[in-house]
Design a protein around this ligand. Structure first.
Ligand code: URA
Length: 275
């Protein structure tokens, strides 16, 4: 069969397939047309046919999730603004109780603001409500509180004294109980600080007693109560005396001797500020 004749004949299916396989065996891998096409001359893009426009919904903007640091800064800023707006201790108690920026509020039973006489010369700063304080909504009413009352009674002072000279006012760094009486976290202290600073400003005591490590951490940014105790410092712009916490004294009765010395030092300071 000569070539011309071969190209002229109509091929049936079997013959066409056999021919294609033979071409592939010979190395043909790209089908080309009879007329050569210079592909470099073709337009770079074939314009797409006009399609009906499809309405694409705008992707909703997802607000960025605030980082933990942003969230903390916001809560501190809100606490500052609320505290600054409080013009009396009653106002402060109201705004602080309503403030939701402290997670502890959800697990606590009662808001624990203060006890004693707000016009007292001595303000005692504890750490946070315990179980009994959480029940009653008053600071230092459990076992440690009973010892605290006895300690101050020994120098003629009491939370319910009629004479303001003999009275004490008591509050805590935190107003809500931490679960299981754990130490307050650094963030919890930070968020509570604007309220505490305003609390002290409004009560305006002559002297602050810093009861234990947490009070020292909040007021002085220092811990190590056994080193700090008994040494007069400045806190919140006034004289302050760090003392061992009554809960520590219940566990370590031998430390009561030093605590007694600190109470005498407090008495002497009050005397010296009066003259
Ligand atoms: N310990 C504190 O520091 N404060 C309280 O109110 C009770 C126990």
């Amino acid at each position: 069969m000569d070539r011309a004749t071969y190209q002229g004949i109509a091929l049936d299916g079997d013959a066409a397939l056999a021919l294609l396989e033979w071409q592939m065996e010979m190395g043909a891998d790209v089908p080309v047309m009879d007329d050569p096409v210079d592909r470099f001359e073709l337009p770079a893009r074939v314009p797409a046919p006009d399609l009906p426009a499809i309405a694409v919904e705008a992707t909703p903007k997802i607000p960025p999730i605030p980082s933990e640091a942003d969230d903390l800064a916001q809560r501190v800023a809100q606490a500052k603004s609320l505290a600054a707006g409080a013009m009396s201790l009653e106002d402060l108690a109201t705004v602080q109780e309503r403030f939701d920026g402290v997670e502890l509020k959800k697990g606590a039973r009662n808001f624990c603001f203060a006890d004693g006489r707000p016009d007292a010369r001595v303000l005692i700063l504890g750490e946070a409500p315990g179980d009994e304080e959480d029940r009653q909504g008053r600071p230092f009413v459990g076992r440690a509180g009973k010892l605290l009352d006895q300690m101050f009674a020994a120098i003629g002072m009491a939370r319910d004294a009629v004479d303001t000279e003999k009275a004490v006012y008591i509050t805590n760094v935190l107003t809500w109980r931490p679960p299981g009486n754990r130490d307050p976290s650094a963030d919890e202290i930070l968020v509570s600080m604007p309220f505490l600073a305003r609390h002290i400003e409004l009560a305006d005591p002559d002297i602050i007693v810093l009861m234990g490590n947490i009070a020292c951490q909040a007021a002085l940014e220092k811990r190590g109560i056994l080193r700090l105790r008994g040494q007069w410092v400045q806190a919140f712009g006034r004289p302050a005396l760090p003392m061992t916490h009554p809960a520590y004294l219940l566990r370590n009765p031998a430390a009561k001797r030093d605590a007694w010395g600190d109470l005498l030092s407090l008495s002497a300071k009050l005397e010296s500020l009066s003259v």
